[in-house]
Design a binder for this molecule. Structure first.
Ligand code: ZN
Length: 395
C-alpha cells in the first residue's frame, strides 16, 4: 500500500491537488488528505502504508504505447536478428519490457513477434516473474506471401487463408490482430506504399475478429492501403505515412485511430547509412518523412483520433526512449494535453482496456511521478521521478 502525498493529479480530466492511495494494485482513493486517510484506515487492516512525498510533483497515468516489438532491440539492420534463437529474442523482450516500465510506460501493445513470444512475455509480467510493462499482443502478423515482415509474419493468401491465419492468433491468445495492408520500410524489396492484402482479404481479417470484438490493426503507409483497411473496418491504421485528405476524412468519420509512430521514421532518418542502417531502408524512410508532415496536416484538419505508438524495436527506436514520441507529436501540432490524451485514454480505448489511462478510483495503479505538469511541458514525461506498475514501485 502506498499513499502519494501533496502532489497534483494530472490526467485527461485536468489538473487538481489530490493525494492518491494505492492498494492491491489499484487506485483506491484520490482526493483531499482527510478523505484519503479515511480510505486508507478502512483498507489498511493494520498494514502500514508507505508514504511517498509528492510535494511539488505531478501524479499522472502511466503511458501506453500502442505499437512496439518486444523482441527487437533497435539495431540498425533488423535482418541480422533473423538468425537469433527464440531464447535470445525472449531475453531481449524481458529487457525491453523492463526498460519501458522504468521510463514510465506501464502498458505496451506488441504488434508482431515470433510465435507467442510477446504473449508469453505478457504472461510472465502478469505473473510477476519479470518486471516490466503490461503486454497486450497480437501474436504473429498476418501478411501476404512475400509481404512486409515476412521473416516473422504468418503468410496467408485469399480470404479463407487470411481468416484461418487470424483465427490461429486468437487461438494462441492474441488480444489484438495485426495485418499488413501495404509494404514497409524495413523489408528489402517491399515498396513502402504499395497495397499488400487485398480488400477481400482485409474484410476476412476484420470479420475473424468481429465475434469476440477483438481490436484490429493494419500496418499501412500508402493511401490505397489505408483506405482499404478503413473500409474493412480496421480499428487502427499504423504509421499512415502517406495519408491523404480523403483517407483522413474516412478515418475521422469512422473513428479509426491513427498510430503515427513518428519515432520509427526519426530513428532511421536521423541515424542513416553511417550508423549501419541498410541504404534501401534509409532511402524509403527519407521519402516517407516528407510525406509524413502532410499526413499530420490532414489528420489534424479532419480531427482523426490519435493513439500514441512508437514502433519501438526498429532502428535506433529504443524502449527507454518511448516518451519522446509525445514530444514528436507536439512538434507535429498536437497540444501537450492532446498528446497526454493520445498516450493514455485514447490508447487505452484502442487496446480495449477500461482500467488504465486515468488517475481515478478503481483504475489500475499504473502511475508516474513527474517534476512538472506534462500538459504544460511535454518534456515532463522524459524523466519520471517514480513509476508504479499495478501498485508496485518499479522505478
Ligand atoms: Zn511495427
Amino acid at each position: 500500500m502506498h499513499v502519494l502525498r501533496g502532489g497534483r493529479v494530472v490526467d485527461v480530466a485536468g489538473s487538481r491537488e489530490a493525494d492518491v492511495a494505492v492498494a492491491d494494485g489499484e487506485i483506491v482513493a484520490v482526493g483531499d488528505p482527510e478523505a484519503v486517510d479515511e480510505a486508507v484506515a478502512t483498507l489498511a487492516d493494520g498494514e502500514e502504508a508507505t508514504e511517498v512525498d509528492a510535494t511539488g510533483k505531478v501524479v499522472a497515468p502511466g503511458l501506453i504505447d500502442a505499437h512496439v516489438h518486444v523482441m527487437m532491440d533497435g539495431r540498425p539492420d533488423v535482418a541480422t536478428a533473423v538468425s537469433d534463437s527464440d531464447y535470445t529474442a525472449s531475453y531481449r523482450a524481458a529487457g525491453n519490457l523492463e526498460a519501458a516500465v522504468a521510463a514510465g510506460v506501464t502498458t505496451v501493445r506488441d504488434l508482431g513477434s515470433r510465435g507467442t513470444l510477446a504473449l508469453d512475455a505478457g504472461e510472465a509480467v502478469a505473473a510477476g516473474q519479470i518486471d516490466g510493462a503490461r503486454v497486450v499482443g497480437c501474436g504473429r502478423n498476418v501478411i501476404m506471401t512475400g509481404g512486409h515482415g515476412n521473416w516473422f509474419g504468418r503468410e496467408a493468401d485469399g480470404p479463407a487463408e487470411v481468416r484461418k491465419a487470424a483465427r490461429e492468433q486468437l487461438k494462441d491468445g492474441a488480444d489484438v490482430l495485426k495485418c499488413m495492408a501495404t509494404g514497409g520500410v524495413l523489408t528489402e524489396g517491399a515498396v513502402t506504399g504499395a497495397p499488400e492484402l487485398t480488400p477481400e482479404e482485409l474484410a476476412a481479417f476484420t470479420d475473424a475478429a468481429a465475434p469476440t470484438d477483438t481490436p484490429t490493426a493494419a500496418h499501412a503507409h500508402g493511401e490505397v492501403g489505408i483506405k482499404n483497411a478503413v473500409e474493412a473496418g480496421i480499428s487502427s491504421i499504423e504509421h499512415g505515412t502517406f495519408m491523404d485528405r480523403e483517407a483522413a476524412e474516412m478515418m475521422a468519420e469512422r473513428g479509426t485511430y491513427w498510430v503515427p509512430t513518428a519515432s520509427a521514421l526519426r530513428g532511421i532518418v536521423e541515424n542513416g547509412v553511417e550508423a549501419g542502417i541498410p541504404e534501401d531502408a534509409v532511402a524509403k524512410a527519407e521519402d516517407a518523412a516528407d510525406r509524413f508532415d502532410d499526413a499530420w496536416d490532414h489528420a489534424l484538419e479532419a480531427d482523426v483520433p490519435i493513439a500514441m505508438g512508437t514502433d519501438a524495436g526498429t532502428p535506433f527506436n529504443f524502449f527507454e526512449d518511448i516518451p519522446r514520441e509525445l514530444s514528436y507529436m507536439v512538434e507535429y501540432g498536437l497540444s501537450p494535453a492532446a498528446a497526454l490524451e493520445a498516450a493514455t485514454v485514447n490508447a487505452a480505448d484502442l487496446l480495449g482496456l477500461d482500467d488504465v489511462g486515468r488517475v481515478e478510483d478503481g483504475y489500475r495503479a499504473d502511475l508516474v511521478l513527474l517534476d512538472a505538469d506534462p500538459t504544460e511541458d511535454v518534456e515532463a514525461w522524459q524523466e519520471p521521478a517514480a513509476v508504479f506498475a499495478a501498485g508496485e514501485r518499479v522505478a
